[in-house]
Design a protein around this ligand. Structure first.
Ligand code: OMP
Length: 274
């Protein structure tokens, strides 16, 4: 999917919501455990109930890898279902990969070719040759960690290097890489006040912003500092939406939660583009 197609979808739905499909069998309605593939059954119900309110889904691969072959199969069925029935939706494999170039190429093939995701998250720690193999794929997007939502973000990401903070150096340097137009960046919603500085370095890039809902990030603050003329934001909530109920009405209640966020996003879009 191209960035232009993503922006069109945001404008059409008045939403830049990304729903995280982080499925934990201990948290889903227990009657689903009788299904042949409980993870896929859960995802399908959530997707069917919420697809009109969001523009992206982000399965975090950890929640699938934890269940071995069965989990990987559920991930494959989920992305195939999305690509077949909701091809307008932007898909993110949250895998946080990155390795020597030769290995990164295989990671890129796994997520972009075999599973056919639109994007994958990567870690920048191994540098240019670990990220460029992902960037080489046309109309695919590589979402690199910049400033993450967790407390440990302050262990390394904000340390001073070259008289700047490491995450800022990561942003600056990554702009010089081949096909850097295929980069997006992760900035945690819990770090909204840093977005003004971040926008000075990467004014036009899309940002994936996780951390509203369960982690306490504030949507309005993220929009205030992070929105740009093409919106430039995908705000993710996982647990806050998919586990809003663990009764038979889970999909319906998830849709209500998604609708609440969509309405807040619509208000932000109306204010910015008035
Ligand atoms: O790359 C991510 O998506 C990510 C980066 C980050 O800084 N913080 C963060 O929470 N995430 C992911 O975003 C999701 C957040 O989930 P909730 O806290 O349940 O909304 C999880 O899949 C995290 O792994």
């Amino acid at each position: 999917m191209t960035t232009e197609q993503l922006v069109k979808e945001i404008q059409k739905k008045k939403s830049f919501l990304c729903i995280g499909l982080d499925v934990d069998l201990n948290k889903i309605p227990q009657q689903l455990l009788e299904e042949e593939d409980p993870i896929f059954a859960f995802n399908k119900a959530i997707i069917d109930a919420t697809h009109h309110l969001c523009v992206a889904y982000k399965p975090n691969t950890a929640f699938y890898e934890a269940y071995g072959l069965k989990g990987w199969k559920s991930l494959e069925k989920t992305i195939q279902y999305l690509n077949e029935y909701y091809p307008e939706i932007f898909t993110i494999a949250d895998a946080k990969r990155g390795d020597i170039g030769n290995t990164s190429t295989m990671y890129a093939k796994a997520f972009f070719e075999d599973l056919a995701f639109d994007s994958v998250t990567v870690a920048p720690y191994m540098g240019k040759d670990s990220v460029e193999p992902f960037l080489a794929f046309k109309d695919k997007h590589t979402i690199m960690l910049a400033l993450t939502s967790n407390a440990g973000a302050f262990d390394f990401q904000t340390l001073s290097v070259n008289n700047t903070e490491l995450y800022k150096q990561v942003l600056e340097t990554s702009k010089t890489w081949n096909h850097s137009e295929n980069l997006m960046y992760v900035v945690g919603a819990t770090k909204a006040e840093y977005l003004a500085d971040i926008r000075n370095i990467i004014p036009d890039s899309f940002l994936l912003v996780p951390g509203v809902g369960a982690q306490g990030g504030n949507l309005q603050d993220v929009c205030k500092y992070g929105m740009n003329d093409t919106v430039g934001l995908l705000i993710n909530s996982s647990r806050g939406i998919i586990y809003a109920s663990n009764n038979a009405d889970f999909a319906e209640v998830a849709a209500q939660k998604a609708k609440e966020l969509q309405l807040e996003m619509e208000a932000e879009l109306n204010a910015y583009f008035k």
